[in-house]
Design a protein around this ligand. Structure first.
Ligand code: SF4
Ligand code: FES
Length: 229
C-alpha cells in the first residue's frame, strides 16, 4: 500500500520504480530510471511500516505499508530543497534549464515558497573550456547522474565527487581539472543527463521557448512528465 492505495510490484523492484510504473509520484532528484539508484538526495524518503527509508533503494515487499505524501515528509522535503537552493547559486530566470529543471519543478511541486535559510552565495567557477559543453558548478546539486552516466554508459569516467560534508563537490577527471581537456562529446549520455542547469550544450538557447518546456506544461508529479526512460 502506498498512501492507502494498493500498488503492484515486480519482485526485486524498488518502491519508487513500482510507484512510478503505476503513475504514482514520489519526489526524487538523484534517481533516474536508466541508472542504478544511489540514494543520496533523500527527497524520496518514505515511511515503510513506520520506519524511514529511501524509496529509490528500498525494495517493495508484500504487505508493506508505505507512506509518502504526509505533511511531515513533505516538510522534510521542502527543507532539503531549501538547503539545496541556498547552498548553490540557482537563479532560475537566468538559467537556460528553467522549465526543464527537476530541482525547480520539484520545488514548485512541494510548494516551496521561500528559502528560509540564509543564502551562501558561494563563489564557484563556470568551466567554459569545452568547445560544445558548458559546466556551471554553481548549479550542481551533486546528484551524481553525470558520474554514473560517464561511467556506466560512456565508459569515460570523466566526473567524480570529491570532499565531504559542506565541501563535497564535483570534479573533472583531467590533468587540468577542466572539461576542455577531456574527450567528452556532446553525444555522450553524461552531456544530457543533468537534471539541473549545471551541464548544458553551448550555443543552444531558447530552442523551446519559456512557457512551453516540460514542466511549464505539466507538473513534475504528472506521470507523463517524469524522466524519459
Ligand atoms: Fe548532477 Fe548535474 Fe551536478 Fe552532475 S553536474 S552531479 S548531473 S547536478
Ligand atoms: Fe532517492 Fe535521491 S531519489 S535518495
Amino acid at each position: 500500500m502506498l498512501d492507502g492505495v494498493a500498488v503492484d510490484f515486480i519482485p526485486g523492484e524498488t518502491i519508487l520504480s513500482a510507484a512510478r510504473r503505476q503513475g504514482r509520484y514520489i519526489p526524487h532528484l538523484c534517481w533516474h530510471p536508466d541508472f542504478d539508484p544511489q540514494g543520496s538526495c533523500r527527497l524520496c524518503v518514505v515511511e515503510v511500516n513506520g520506519r524511514s527509508g529511501s524509496a529509490c533503494t528500498l525494495r517493495a515487499s508484500a504487505g508493506a505499508v508505505v507512506e509518502s505524501d504526509t505533511d511531515e515528509l513533505n516538510d522534510q522535503r521542502r527543507t532539503l530543497l531549501q538547503m539545496l537552493f541556498v547552498e548553490g547559486n540557482h537563479f532560475c530566470p537566468a538559467c537556460e534549464k528553467s522549465g526543464n529543471c527537476l530541482l525547480q519543478a520539484t520545488a514548485y511541486e512541494m510548494n516551496m515558497q521561500d528559502v528560509r535559510f540564509e543564502e551562501f552565495y558561494p563563489q564557484r567557477p563556470v568551466d567554459a573550456s569545452h568547445p560544445d559543453i558548458l559546466l556551471d558548478f554553481n548549479r550542481c546539486i551533486l546528484c551524481e547522474l553525470c558520474v554514473r552516466a560517464s561511467h556506466d554508459v560512456d565508459h569515460k569516467d570523466l566526473f567524480a565527487i570529491a570532499g565531504y560534508g559542506i565541501g563535497t563537490h564535483l570534479v573533472i577527471n583531467s590533468e587540468s581539472g577542466q572539461l576542455g581537456d577531456t574527450n567528452m562529446a556532446l553525444s555522450d549520455r553524461a552531456a544530457d543527463i543533468c537534471p539541473v542547469g549545471a551541464i548544458l550544450p553551448k550555443r543552444r538557447g531558447f530552442v523551446t521557448p519559456i512557457g512551453q518546456r516540460r514542466y511549464d506544461l505539466h507538473r513534475v508529479s504528472d506521470p507523463n512528465t517524469q524522466e524519459a526512460s
